[in-house]
Design a protein around this ligand. Structure first.
Ligand SMILES: [Fe+2]
Length: 237
């Protein structure tokens, strides 16, 4: 981040904090995120003062994230279909996601389920760890894999940053059924001081995102949508 993007006085203050204190301060700042969005997860800023305030919040969150100097400004380390995502692996993950769908654990504005044997093995696979490291630097796998389901109108996920249980989130699109492309929801990232970025992952595509650094959301799910995702967590070291 360039010096001009930093709220200097806050940075000077946080530089004096211990890692634990920085983490607590970051959690407090993150509680402000929802104030800048409407009920449909759209950024809703009224006037320059509010725009500047949101910019400062996004900048401070980024600044308080470990390794922030090495993180791309939009928080995206990779986006596309990697070679290792072959048809066989995709089919196995799709089948496991479908099976796990009926063992959903938690519902807030989306459904969550733990990974199964295929996803859990992928989360610690050395080829996958090397792939992540190639795009982010040295990483350790957390072994945490979770299937996410968005399959009801009005679902989505509120704007947030991820906790530092894992700072790098590998998101794999396994299924996205929608009646028409115009009704399709998106993953949205909010890089500090830049326009929001919208991503519509195709089935088989992967996004490597620094979810603990960049504010992100999913726009509201439409009536016709059915989305299955797998997320796998990694940490920098
Ligand atoms: Fe997230």
């Amino acid at each position: 981040m360039s010096e001009s993007l930093r709220p200097v006085s806050v940075c000077a203050f946080t530089d004096q904090l211990s890692p634990e204190e920085r983490s607590i301060f970051k959690s407090l700042i993150c509680e402000k995120i929802s104030e800048y969005f409407d009920e449909a997860n759209n950024l809703s800023l009224h006037g320059l003062e509010e725009e500047d305030s949101f910019f400062q919040v996004a900048s401070i969150i980024r600044y308080l994230t470990p390794f922030h100097e090495e993180i791309p400004i939009n928080g995206v380390a990779y986006y596309g279909r990697p070679q290792w995502m072959n048809a066989t692996l995709l089919m196995k993950l799709q089948a496991e996601a479908l099976d796990r769908k009926y063992q959903k654990l938690d519902r807030t504005d989306h459904f969550l389920s733990c990974g199964g044997p295929v996803a859990d093995a992928l989360a610690i696979n050395s080829e996958i760890v090397d792939f992540v490291a190639c795009h982010t630097g040295k990483v350790v796998p957390t072994g945490i894999a979770s299937y996410l389901y968005y399959d009801f109108a009005g679902g989505g996920i509120k704007p947030h940053v991820d906790t530092e249980v894992f700072s790098i989130n590998m998101m794999l699109m396994l299924r996205h059924q929608v009646a028409s492309e115009g009704e399709s929801s998106s993953t949205v990232l909010f890089p500090p001081g830049l326009p929001p970025e919208y991503y519509k992952l195709q089935v088989g595509e992967v996004m490597l995102m620094y979810g603990s650094s960049t504010i992100h959301t999913r726009t509201m799910i439409n009536l016709s949508e059915d989305i299955h995702l797998l997320t796998i967590g990694f940490n920098r070291r």
